[in-house]
Ligand binder design. Structure first.
Ligand code: NI
Length: 260
């Protein structure tokens, strides 16, 4: 099937990553738009990453941004980190608080209690100012759901790695489910179950570029154009037309982040 024209909105990418240093301008300026990428939401993960995210959103019309502190970057922060995040949210094309959450796989990077404190402060900020949150949950499903129940932000749990049952609980909280390259991996039982059962109006697609490249590019640098493989796989799992999945994902992304 030729899906050259599938429109792509990448709801989660890291173009501030040094892996894009050699060709970032060319990729964002020419290559991706030519391949059907109509929108990108870039994630800030630490203080410098948030500043780069803002610069990219200012430079490229189809790039939007989220600002926040990732759990792996939460150990040592400047005293005014939360005020800085709040100030950055006033930027015109900064539309979410992210990437924030809990990661119990990498506890060496930051202890649990500190992760929870930084996550909770940002959930409170997102809920108070009415911004959606982009949430990272790795091996921390119970604590993540607990904090989401407490603060009740709008938002998406990205690179969703929980079971179909956890996905149902997440959707019941009004949240969206973000799926990426993992659905194409062999043995991706959970992601496939989630892709099959999540309501289409709650589904976002993403790369997490430069990470998580889909099969047949697994292990290589990912970029937003490769979402085509994710969309095709989800469509196959759901027995739907790829165009239907692509259009729904774009509609959902625009609705969640209040985009034009
Ligand atoms: Ni990410």
């Amino acid at each position: 099937m030729n899906n050259k024209t599938l429109p792509i909105f990448d709801s989660h990418a890291h173009y501030d990553s040094e892996q894009f240093d050699p060709d970032r301008e060319q990729l964002l300026g020419e290559v991706l738009p030519r391949k059907g990428v109509v929108g990108i939401l870039n994630m800030g993960s630490d203080m410098p990453g948030c500043e780069t995210t803002i610069a990219l959103a200012r430079q490229f019309p189809y790039v939007y941004g989220a600002v926040g502190v990732h759990p792996e970057c939460a150990r040592e922060l400047p005293g005014d980190w939360l005020e800085r995040v709040e100030t950055w949210l006033q930027e015109e094309k900064i539309v979410a608080v992210g990437e924030i959450g809990l990661d119990y796989h990498w506890l060496d990077a930051c202890p649990k209690e500190r992760q929870q404190e930084v996550f909770a402060a940002q959930l409170e900020l997102a809920a108070r100012l009415g911004y959606p949150a982009v949430i990272h949950d790795r091996e921390a499903h119970a604590d993540t759901l607990g904090l989401l129940r407490r603060y009740r932000p709008r938002g998406v749990v990205h690179c969703f790695s929980g079971s179909a049952e956890t996905a149902r609980e997440t959707v019941a909280l009004g949240l969206y489910i973000g799926l990426g390259g993992v659905v194409t991996f062999k043995n991706a039982r959970h992601a496939v179950d989630v892709a099959r059962t999540v309501p289409l109006e709650r589904l976002l697609v993403e790369t997490d570029a430069p990470y998580m490249a889909p099969v047949p590019f697994r292990g290589q640098r990912n970029d937003s154009s490769l979402i085509r493989y994710v969309i095709e796989k989800i469509a196959e799992i759901r027995c739907e037309d790829p165009q239907t999945v692509a259009n729904a994902a774009i509609e959902n992304t625009k609705t969640l982040f209040h985009l034009p």
